[in-house]
Design a protein around this ligand. Structure first.
Ligand code: NDP
Ligand code: GDR
Length: 325
């Protein structure tokens, strides 16, 4: 029997790299979309580059998406590409809408043109709940996005549902709460904190400038969450699922846990800085993953404390290797 083929947009990102590893372990042939850049940014997939095929294209370019699907003829498409940093979405609202919202329609349309039997996963986000209308948030909770990014993701969610209902596509929206890892971008708060805790411990920095300490997030491990994406596409009937741990922690607690890992008190090193405050904040997110537990048999394996410890240890190791004389 020939191998199943998966196409991943956003393969060079945090989730793309974990999903590619997972699909390879399931025996898939894995293809990924990459943007042309003057300097290569394949660090997260370098260790598997020989086992995957990277194809050039862009979520802004319809032709590249349709042509790629025609060439590859995938069974499953995972749309992880996005301008994914909430803060940047206020500086680049139109670009964020183009990639993160309209990009979804471009890809769905390419599927319609090439083969409507292709199964489709859309990377939706807990940021759609924004100013939350109920606690915890579940699939039926109304959306109230609080940033251009959140608004773009609401569009991506509904266009996925719309193509499913209009054309009968096997299209699924996974509403994932924050998930992190040692491969998380340095601009996101967990990695920023673990990286700085490690730098300060090693004497490479002496302060961490940070924004709102009170916001609360439901943080899980990216390696656990990519499995849920795959499980969703293995179901006979497409549906939408919340993926979360069900636990929430504040940024202040994140600081506590990360700095404790290196035996330091965060209060001695942290400075609050207006530049990291947002025009509108999402104060509290906590998801109810019970539908995913029941229908997909999915549950998270890594706790918040284990996750932060894993990230601090990885940062210490990287920094020691980088700074070895
Ligand atoms: P990253 O920011 O790490 O990765 C984003 C990926 O999208 C990168 O590979 C990036 O490529 C690619 N990309 C951006 N713009 C384009 C474009 N115009 N054309 C083609 N590719 C593009 O995000 P994550 O891995 O953390 O998240 C994956 C997806 O899941 C995103 O859609 C995100 O919004 C969503 N999500 C993430 C959550 C999280 O907590 N991590 C939670 C809920 C949803 P390049 O490397 O070239 O920049
Ligand atoms: P988020 O993640 O906006 O939830 O989006 P981020 O880590 O950027 O912020 C989480 C919370 O921490 C507060 N915060 C800071 N954030 C950053 N980045 N830097 C700081 O210095 C800082 N200080 C406090 C923020 O205000 C916020 O409340 C992530 C992304 O991965 C999205 O793509 C995804 O959809 C959602 O998670 C679910």
């Amino acid at each position: 029997m020939s191998k199943k083929r998966a196409f991943i947009t956003g393969i060079t990102g945090q989730d793309g790299s974990y999903l590619a590893e997972f699909l390879l372990s399931q025996g898939y042939e894995v293809f990924g979309l990459v943007r042309r850049t003057s300097t290569l940014n394949f660090e997260r997939v370098r260790h598997i580059q020989e086992q995957i095929t990277l194809v050039s294209g862009d979520m802004l370019d319809q032709t590249s998406l349709t042509r790629t699907l025609k060439d590859i003829q995938p069974d499953e498409v995972y749309n992880l590409a996005a301008q994914s940093f909430v803060q940047t979405s206020w500086q680049q609202p139109v670009f964020t809408g183009d990639v993160t919202a309209l990009g979804v329609t471009r890809l769905l349309d390419a599927i319609m043109t090439v083969n409507p039997k292709i199964r489709f996963y859309q990377a939706s986000s807990s940021e759609m709940f924004g100013k939350v209308q109920e606690v915890p948030q579940k699939e039926s909770t109304p959306f109230y996005p609080r940033s251009p990014y959140g608004v773009a993701k609401v569009y991506g969610h509904w266009i996925t549902v719309n193509y499913r209902e209009s054309y009968g596509l096997h299209a699924t929206s996974g509403i994932l709460f924050n998930h992190e890892s040692p491969r998380r971008g340095l601009e996101f708060v967990t990695r920023k904190v673990t990286h700085h805790a490690a730098r300060i411990k090693l004497g490479l920095a002496n302060e961490l400038r940070i924004g709102n300490l009170d916001s609360q997030r439901d943080w899980g491990f990216a390696g656990d969450y990519v499995k849920a994406m795959w499980l969703m596409l293995q179901q006979d009937t497409p549906d939408d699922y919340v993926i979360a741990t069900g636990q929430t922690n504040s940024v202040e607690r994140l600081l506590d846990v990360a700095f404790s890992c290196v035996d330091l008190n965060w209060k001695n090193y942290t400075v609050q800085d207006e530049r990291f405050m947002r025009p509108a904040e999402v104060d509290l997110l906590v998801g109810d993953p019970s539908k995913a537990g029941k229908n997909l048999g999915w549950e998270p394996n890594v706790t918040f404390e284990q996750l932060i410890q894993m990230m601090v240890e990885a940062d210490l190791q990287h920094l020691k290797a980088e700074n070895r004389p």
